[in-house]
Design a binder for this molecule. Structure first.
Ligand code: FAD
Length: 623
């Protein structure tokens, strides 16, 4: 067979999961083929042109720490930058940018095209080749057969996608793109548990028809945050503002008056939508007491006039969309360029996946992204990176890798999905992580770049930069630990005269930084310690490490306690019915999820410590 048709890893779908999957498989040394409907839509954002946010920014930094593309593309495309929760603790601070849609897509495409070991072919995949219980490749709509021992499926919202605008419905993958109908039908014949979810998007508006004078301007932060650990502000394009306006009582009346024509309320849409990104009709019904809802007026790009009105996702009939849009302050003369819509699509119960994102039913077949029940570009990209890595490792007959919950939000995401499943689109939040002080955005590189390097995901340039940063942190800590202040020495006198801190006994500069009234910047005002490091990221790590040392140590102890049985593995064919003393209900739960480790078993809802002890005893006996 020609090498054109034979690869190590095939990735189906060039969205956020698919591009990261293809890149990580190729970086891991696998000859990789990306099969996607349309080369022009590689890296396309289906909905809001924004990257990051609370929980999501954490994932983007982790993807970056493991050598992925998303953060670098965000730096190349971000036109308004903010640090969310800036006044709160470092665990919940998050980076977000409004992105120029075209620049983002172009950046992803150029990263894909520059990647050795990776080629792209434009085609619709209609079926998978599965022999016995192993995947062997994929077949396109035109009958081309591509073979590989490992396949990553990342079809997003396209599987049996159905768009709704009012009572009108039609098959599509998203507006303007074809659905994957045949592939969805073939997959329903396979041993996967399939269900439906839905998501929605607002109408887009010609920005020239809006009155910005009645809106509140929201400029980006100064100084601007940067997304990638290897990026800089110089990578950012020209910056613009976003704007804020509100719905009115009249908007809500218009919506209430049209609910009998809303596919959400007539029963036409069966799939459950994203709880944290509800449609405007859902918000008006659920929060009936609220007189108005906020709308973020976000530019779609630097060279286009379209804007994205964030907060009015809707699938109401078009005539209602027009009326409700024009009832919004500043939108009185708005021209809609694209209608809002909802889309329903197939997803697979993620409890059918291993922690590597390989399906339990078909060896070598991996699922990533929206098809696993998640919502959002960042959640999709993070899964894609993991699935692509493990697809390559599968071919190379190496052990799969997946981070633990205390190592990465990616670990939390995957563990939540494969243990609990989901019946609504899953979105990442910092509240989902029990060890969030460890899992900060700012230390994602320190947590993951070393393992990424071992896995072959991190190139020499990133590694050199990381190594220099790590060394600079250690050097600065050593310097400050050795800088002693006493009531009578020079540093002690500078402390008192410059910062008003009188010492009663000696302390080194690192311990001094623990005091609430002192921080790195203040200490560097003292001639004996100045000027300090010039890399703000190094200073940040030194300061956070000192200020939160007590909490971090306690959390590390807790993790170590939890770890004892976390990685104790449970054989795939384990017979739960043979464990004496386990209730039938617990047996059923375990047999349904088939956890790979005791750690995962512990997190199944309803699992008791007693049941875990019985399992451990049985496992010990059978070894
Ligand atoms: P996608 O980005 O959908 O990419 C799938 C890719 O696979 C596409 O390139 C497609 O062409 C390709 N493909 C599919 N089937 C085949 C096939 N058979 N053969 C070849 N190629 C194929 N997220 C939020 O967080 N909040 C929201 O409010 C939100 N609203 C949304 C509204 C709409 C209308 C849509 C469509 C999506 C919305 N999203 C939202 C979701 C967001 O777009 C997805 O989470 C994200 O794009 C998922 O990435 P993915 O890589 O899994 O899939």
């Amino acid at each position: 067979m020609s090498d054109f048709f034979r690869h190590d890893v095939i990735v189906i779908g060039g969205g956020h999961a698919g591009t990261e999957a293809a890149l990580s498989a190729a970086r891991s040394g696998a000859r990789t083929l990306l099969l996607t409907h349309n080369v022009e839509t590689v890296g396309a954002m289906s909905c809001n042109p924004a990257i990051g946010g609370i929980g999501k920014g954490h994932l983007v930094k982790e993807i970056d720490a493991l050598g992925g593309a998303m953060a670098r593309a965000a730096d190349a495309a971000g036109i308004q930058w903010r640090t969310l929760n800036a006044s709160k603790g470092p665990a919940v601070r998050a980076t977000r940018c409004q992105a120029d849609r075209a620049l983002y897509r172009a950046a992803i495409r150029s990263i894909v095209e520059a990647q050795p070991n990776l080629v792209v072919f434009q085609a619709a995949v209609d079926d998978l080749i599965i022999e016995g219980d192993a995947v062997r490749g994929a077949i396109t709509q035109t009958g081309l057969r591509f073979e590989a021992p490992s396949v990553v499926l990342t079809a997003g919202t396209f599987l049996a996608g159905k768009i709704h605008v009012g009572q009108t419905q039609y098959a599509a993958g998203r507006a303007g793109d074809p659905p994957a109908t045949t592939l969805a039908a073939r997959l329903r014949e396979r041993p996967f548990v399939v269900d439906r979810l839905k998501t929605g998007t607002p109408p887009r508006i010609d920005g020239r028809t809006l009155d910005y004078t009645v809106m509140e301007e929201q400029p980006g932060d100064d100084p601007r945050p940067v997304m990638s650990f290897v990026g800089s502000r110089d990578d950012h394009p020209r910056q613009v503002s976003c704007w804020i306006t509100h719905t009115s009582e009249r908007t809500h009346d218009i919506i209430r008056g049209a609910l009998d024509r809303s596919p959400l309320y007539t029963g036409q849409i069966e799939g459950i939508g994203p709880r944290y990104c509800p449609s405007i009709e859902d918000k008006v019904v659920r929060f009936a007491e609220k007189a108005s809802h906020q709308i973020f007026v976000e530019p779609e790009g630097l060279d286009v006039t379209e804007i994205y009105p964030n907060g009015i996702s809707t699938s109401l009939p078009f005539d209602v969309q027009l009326e409700l849009v024009r009832s919004i302050r500043g939108f009185e003369h708005a021209h809609i360029t694209r209608a809002g819509y909802a889309i329903e699509y197939d997803f697979f119960d993620p409890r059918g996946l291993k922690a590597s994102l390989e399906t339990k039913a078909v060896a070598g077949l991996f699922f990533a992204g929206q098809i696993n029940g998640t919502t959002g570009y960042e959640e999709a990209a993070a899964q894609g990176l993991l699935a692509g890595l493990n697809a390559a490792r599968f071919v190379q007959q190496r052990d799969a890798w997946s981070p633990r919950r205390d190592e990465a939000y990616l670990g939390v995401l995957v563990d939540d999905l494969i243990t609990h499943g989901t019946n609504e689109p899953y979105r990442m939040f910092t509240s989902r992580a029990e060890y969030r002080l460890q899992l900060r955005e700012d230390n994602a590189d320190l947590r993951l770049t070393p393992v990424g390097r071992e896995l072959g995901l991190v190139d020499d340039a990133r590694w050199a930069r990381f190594d220099a940063k790590r060394e600079a942190i250690a050097k600065e800590e050593t310097r400050l630990r050795a800088a002693w202040a006493t009531p009578n020495n020079a540093l002690g006198r500078e402390l008192e005269s410059t910062l008003g801190v009188a010492l009663t006994r000696e302390a080194n500069a690192l311990d001094l930084m623990k005091r609430p009234e002192l921080d790195y910047a203040k200490l560097m005002q003292l001639p004996s310690l100045a000027p300090g490091v010039d890399d703000a990221k190094v200073a940040e790590q030194v300061e956070i490490g000192v200020k939160y040392a007590g909490y971090l140590d306690r959390q590390r102890d807790e993790i170590a306690r939890q770890q004892r049985h976390e990685t104790t593995s449970i054989p795939g064919a384990f017979d739960y019915a043979a464990v004496r003393g386990l209730s039938a209900e617990v047996q059923q739960k375990l047999a349904r999820v088939r956890p790979e480790t005791i750690g995962q078993a512990q997190r199944i809802p309803g699992m008791t410590p007693a049941a875990i002890s019985l399992l451990l005893v049985h496992l010990a006996r059978s070894r």
